[in-house]
Design a binder for this molecule. Structure first.
Ligand SMILES: Cc1cc2nc3c(=O)[nH]c(=O)nc-3n(C[C@H](O)[C@H](O)[C@H](O)COP(=O)(O)OP(=O)(O)OC[C@H]3O[C@@H](n4cnc5c(N)ncnc54)[C@H](O)[C@@H]3O)c2cc1C
Length: 607
């Protein structure tokens, strides 16, 4: 076992991790980034559509309108102060990225070009506004490359392909992490004053997802096992437009450019569900509309998909109908959405300039996660008690600026805004904080767990368990949910967790690049998070944002304008092999009312 010592340890090298690392190092901290992927392979690199900021480069815009849209899009569960911080800091953050060299698309005058996106409006919901700053449909790729270069310039130390598997606590503080070096199978201890988790989401819980294979929720699972609660886990966003059966994302930017959703009768059905804002309603609304169309037999050929149509003739017909003077050409579509066109041509043999694309909703984004305040400090209860030394930012964290449903382009904003705030806070903290010693035998527990997995001789293949979990979560804890179905998912996942503990079967017992072993360990994280998600979904007896209960159809502001915190009963030392990672009853926490702006008061959402 090797031990490394740094002021700050950043787990994850996506947009949030790199931004935090950059700012912690700029503030004078000695920083290590530990990442299971090579940094530029992080999921941030796949973000297509854009990053929202009220720059007003095409038409008037205002950060307050951006904050309002964020709160409304989040079905009023977002913390209003966090939404305001997000929207206000977005402007600075985007201009800073530009100055770091990010090649944004430009307006003819040379300003950053902006496009429309779902739920972004001007003047408190009046009409759609162009707020999404973009670099073609490769915005995330450009952000990731830009930040990685800046980190290298600032001499951040990278530990690539080191898989973090446990978090270390001592004296009520976080003192570092344990990681497996993938190339050797060796354990490494990273000891520091501050540790920031930026490990991304957990879409792999579901069968159809836009998420990469690596998105298994490791950071959220390991902190939960050590007693940190998880906030608002019932809210997981289904993006309306994934490629049929494959789940690969087709950016909302397609609809931003004028693309429309059509059912088997060629009807633009969003006119029924969101008469004003139509195809650009927020994602929860559009995903539900697609499901309802499919349920009514209006899917294409009666199957479970609909069409997304961005052919110039279709787009221009609807633009003319709306009285707009703008028209699009095939060439423009090629230029603005090159990767999307490529995906469809390569994976589907469909050319979107000539044919409509077959799409269905795809599991996309975790609104919930590790609870933090607006400085990315992890908080562990309803009194906002900060856990010293532990930070989280990006998709694995819950600030909560997205509430019950995130608006498109707001995740990239979240990464750079709260990653930066976290990095700055860490730089300040490590100047004064003492280095708390490591606990005795820091690797003993996780070593025992790995030994158990490596030598297991049961009958259950991890891939089989994963498949069952993904199907049951898709069927019962997906776009629509209902009590008995959720309970069935909970029971099935519990059974899978027991098989995971007692009946695993592994092919590879080796040490070097043992992906069989690592994927099995990741499956353990997914199973824990699936259980927390399902239990949180059962607890919330209302419909809000991405959480839509068929047995409780209404939003219930009287009882449920609150966050939920899920606690592990273990809440203490990690017990390898423990079967009882059950939740206490979810706690309702009234964090959302920390600040209330009368202009943002809950209303019925009308689109
Ligand atoms: C296809 C797609 C398109 C999207 N498009 C947009 C968009 O246009 N606009 C927008 O705002 N949002 C978009 N999103 C959402 C957004 O991209 C993500 O929410 C965001 O990039 C997450 O960033 P992150 O820094 O939190 O984590 P990620 O970028 O997912 O990075 C996670 C990092 O954690 C590391 N890691 C994970 N587990 C471990 C471990 N156990 N040990 C060590 N390291 C670990 C990984 O190596 C990786 O470096 C999109 C998402 C997808 C999937």
């Amino acid at each position: 076992m090797q031990t490394h010592q740094f002021d700050a340890i950043i787990v994850g090298a996506g947009g949030a991790g790199l931004m935090a690392a950059l700012y912690a190092s700029k503030g004078g901290a000695n920083v290590a980034v530990v990442s299971k992927l090579y940094p530029t392979r992080s999921h941030t690199g796949t973000a297509q559509g854009g990053i929202g900021a009220a720059l007003g480069n095409h038409e008037p815009d205002n950060p307050l309108w951006h904050a309002y849209d964020t709160v409304k899009g989040g079905d009023y569960l977002a913390d209003q102060n966090a939404a305001k911080v997000l929207a206000e800091n977005a402007i600075d953050a985007v201009i800073e990225l530009e100055h770091m060299g990010l090649p944004f698309d430009r307006t003819p005058e040379g300003r950053i070009s902006q496009r429309r996106f779902g739920g972004h409006t001007s003047n408190f919901g009046e009409k759609p506004v162009r707020r999404a700053c973009h670099a073609a449909d490769r915005t995330g790729h450009m952000i990731l490359q830009t930040l990685y270069q800046q980190c290298i310039k600032n001499e951040v130390k990278f530990f690539d392909e080191y898989h973090v598997v446990d978090v270390l606590m001592n004296n009520g503080a976080c003192v570092g992490v344990v990681a497996v070096q993938l190339g050797t199978g060796e354990l490494h201890v990273f000891h520091g004053k501050a540790t920031l988790f930026a490990t991304g989401g957990w879409g792999k819980i579901w069968q159809v997802t836009s998420n990469a294979h690596s998105l298994t929720g490791d950071g959220a699972a390991i902190t939960f096992r050590r007693g940190v609660p998880l906030q608002d886990m019932e809210f997981f966003q289904f993006h309306p437009t994934g490629i049929y059966k494959m789940g690969i994302l087709i950016t909302e930017g397609v609809r931003g450019e004028g693309g429309v959703l059509l059912n088997r009768h060629g009807e633009r059905f969003m006119e029924k569900y969101a008469p004003r804002i139509k195809d650009l309603a927020s994602r929860d609304v559009v995903s539900r509309a697609i499901y309802l169309e499919i349920r009514d037999g209006n899917g294409i050929q009666g199957k479970d998909y609909v069409y997304l149509d961005v052919r110039p003739e279709t787009v221009n017909r609807y633009l003319a109908e709306a009285g707009e003077t703008r028209r699009v050409t095939g060439e423009e579509i090629e230029k603005k959405l090159p990767d999307i066109l490529d995906f469809c041509r390569v994976y589907l043999g469909v050319d979107p300039v000539k044919e409509p694309m077959p799409i269905q909703p795809t599991a996309h984004y975790a609104m919930g996660g590790i609870p933090t305040n607006v400085d990315a400090e992890v908080v562990i209860d309803e009194n906002w008690t900060v856990l010293p030394g532990m930070y989280a930012a990006g998709e694995c964290a819950c600030v909560s600026c997205h509430g019950a449903n995130r608006l498109g382009t707001n995740s990239l904003v979240d990464l750079v805004v709260f990653g930066r705030r976290g990095g700055m806070k860490i730089a300040e903290y490590v100047k004064h904080a003492d280095l708390i010693p490591l606990p005795a035998n820091p690797t003993a527990e996780i070593e025992a767990e790995f030994k158990r997995i490596r030598s297991s001789k049961g009958k259950s293949k991890p891939g089989e368990l994963r498949g069952i979990m993904q199907k049951v979560m898709m069927d019962y804890v997906g776009v629509f949910r209902e009590g008995a179905g959720i309970q069935q998912a909970i029971d099935t996942v519990q059974e899978l967790r027991e098989r995971y503990q007692t009946d695993l079967s592994l092919d590879d017992q080796g040490y070097k690049f043992n992906t069989d072993l690592i994927e099995t360990w990741e499956l353990g994280c997914l199973l824990d998070l699936a259980q927390v998600t399902a239990k949180s979904a059962l607890a919330r007896t209302e419909s809000r944002g991405a959480h839509s209960r068929e047995d409780f159809k209404e939003r219930d502001d009287q009882n449920w304008l609150v966050h939920t915190l899920a606690f592990s009963k273990l809440a203490g030392p990690y017990q390898p092999g423990a079967l009882h990672l059950d939740l206490n009853t979810n706690k309702k926490v009234d964090l959302s009312l920390a600040e209330t702006d009368p202009r943002f008061a809950p209303k019925e959402r009308v689109y």
